[in-house]
Design a protein around this ligand. Structure first.
Ligand code: PLP
Ligand code: COI
Length: 352
C-alpha cells in the first residue's frame, strides 16, 4: 500500500461552464476524481484522474448483491483561500465501519486523507467561496469483483468525486411520520451508509410526497412508536427549551453533524437530552404548545428546519420563532466549518 498518489490532469477544464452563483446540489462535478482499486488482496496506487465514466463487468457483484457504501462530507474555502474540511477522519472511520458490515475491505486512513487532500489541491478552484455553498465530497466503495455466487467479491473500487453545491433543500420542509415502512431494523445495516438503505427509503418517501410532504420521519421498525431519523438526516426535537435526539443504535446513523450539534448546544447553554422520544409525546407537545422546533441535521443540509408534520391523517404546524435554536446552531456550526470563528474543538482540518 502506498500514499503516493499518481496524478493525471484533465486536458481542458470544464470550470468556465459552471455558474457558481446558482449551484444545484450534487449534480455538477469537478474536473477530477480519485480512484483506487483493491485487487489480489491489496489496494493499488491511488490515482487522481479526469472525472469520467467507469467500465464494469455485468457480473460485478455491486449490481447483484449491493456491496456498496458511501460517505458525504464538505470542503470550504475562506476569503484567504484556506481550504477546510470538517472532522474528515470521522468520515473515514465511519466508512470503515460500513465496510466491515458489508464485508468490503478497510481503506487505510492515511490513503483516504492523502487522496482526498491531493484531489482538493488539484481541484481547488472548484471549491465555492459563496456563503451557503461548498464543495460536496462523495467518497464511495463498491464491489467490482465478478460472480453470481452470493458471496463477497474479490475486488473493489474506492472513488472520491466532488460537486460544487448550493443548498440541499429549497423552501420549507413538511414531513410525514411513518407508520408502516421502516428504513432499518435491529441487527440490520441502518447504522451503515450502505447504498441499499437509501434505495429502501425511496418508495415510502415517494408515497409521502404524493400526499404533499417532502420527507418521511422514520420510526422504529417494531412498534412505529418512536422517532428515529428525518429522511437522510438525524432528527432534533425541541420541547420547551430542551433539545432531544434519539440515541444511536443499529438502526440509526451516527451522524457527525448530530454529535457536533449536541456538543455546541451544550456549550452554548442549551439543554440537550439523548433519549427515545415517542410519537405520542411529540403529538401531545404539538397540541399543548410545548413543541417549539423540529429539525433534521446532516452534512448536506447542515440543519433543515421542519415547518410541520403529518401523523394519522392530521397535520400539525410548528410555530414560527424569533431566534430559533435551528438558526443559532446552524450559524455556530457553519462559522466553525468555514473558519469564521475559533474552533475550540479541533474539528477543522486545513488542506492548505
Ligand atoms: N442519517 C442518515 C441516514 C444519513 O444518510 C446522514 C447523512 O450522512 C445522516 C443521518 C447525517 O450524518 P452526517 O451528519 O454525518 O452527515
Ligand atoms: C447528508 O449529508 O446529510 C446526507 O444525508 C447525504 C444524502 C445526500 C444522502
Amino acid at each position: 500500500m502506498t500514499t503516493n498518489i499518481e496524478i493525471q490532469r484533465i486536458k481542458e477544464s470544464k470550470i468556465a461552464s459552471v455558474d457558481f452563483d446558482n449551484l444545484p446540489f450534487g449534480s455538477v462535478y469537478s474536473d477530477h476524481m480519485l480512484e483506487c482499486d483493491f485487487i489480489n488482496g491489496e489496494w493499488q496506487t491511488p490515482v487522481v484522474k479526469p472525472y469520467s465514466p467507469i467500465t464494469l463487468d455485468p457480473s460485478a457483484k455491486i449490481f447483484h448483491y449491493g456491496q456498496s457504501i458511501f460517505e458525504g462530507m464538505k470542503a470550504y474555502k475562506d476569503a484567504d483561500e484556506n481550504i477546510m474540511l470538517f472532522r474528515p477522519t470521522d468520515n473515514c472511520k465511519r466508512l470503515n465501519k460500513s465496510a466491515e458490515r458489508l464485508v468490503i475491505p478497510q481503506i487505510p486512513e492515511e490513503v483516504f486523507m492523502a487522496g482526498l487532500k491531493k484531489l482538493l489541491e488539484v481541484d481547488s478552484d472548484w471549491i465555492p467561496r459563496k456563503e451557503g455553498s461548498s464543495l460536496y465530497i462523495r467518497p464511495f466503495m463498491f464491489a467490482t469483483g465478478k460472480g453470481f455466487h452470493a458471496s463477497p467479491a474479490d475486488a473493489y473500487k474506492f472513488i472520491i468525486c466532488t460537486a460544487p453545491s448550493g443548498a440541499y433543500f429549497a423552501g420549507e420542509v413538511k414531513v410525514l411520520i411513518e407508520e408502516k415502512y421502516a428504513r432499518a431494523a435491529n441487527g440490520g445495516v441502518g447504522f451503515a451508509k450502505a447504498g441499499g438503505n437509501y434505495a429502501a427509503q425511496f418508495y415510502p418517501t415517494q408515497l409521502a410526497m404524493e400526499k404533499g410532504y417532502n420527507q418521511v420521519i422514520w420510526t422504529d421498525d417494531n412498534t412505529h412508536q418512536f422517532i428515529e431519523e428525518a429522511g437522510a438526516m438525524n432528527i432534533f426535537i425541541r420541547i420547551n427549551d430542551t433539545l432531544i435526539t434519539s440515541p444511536t443504535s443499529d438502526r440509526i446513523l451516527d451522524g457527525i453533524t448530530r454529535k457536533s450539534i449536541l456538543q455546541i448546544a451544550e456549550d452554548n447553554g442549551m439543554k440537550t437530552e439523548i433519549r427515545k422520544i415517542s410519537v405520542g409525546e411529540v403529538v401531545e407537545a404539538a397540541k399543548n404548545g410545548s413543541l417549539k422546533e423540529m429539525f433534521g441535521a446532516g452534512t448536506a443540509a447542515v440543519i433543515s428546519p421542519i415547518a410541520g408534520f403529518g401523523y394519522q391523517e392530521n397535520d400539525f404546524a410548528l410555530p414560527t420563532l424569533e431566534n430559533p435554536y435551528a438558526s443559532q446552531l446552524k450559524k455556530l456550526i457553519t462559522d466553525i466549518q468555514t473558519n469564521k470563528t475559533e474552533d475550540p474543538y479541533g474539528w477543522r482540518v486545513f488542506v492548505k
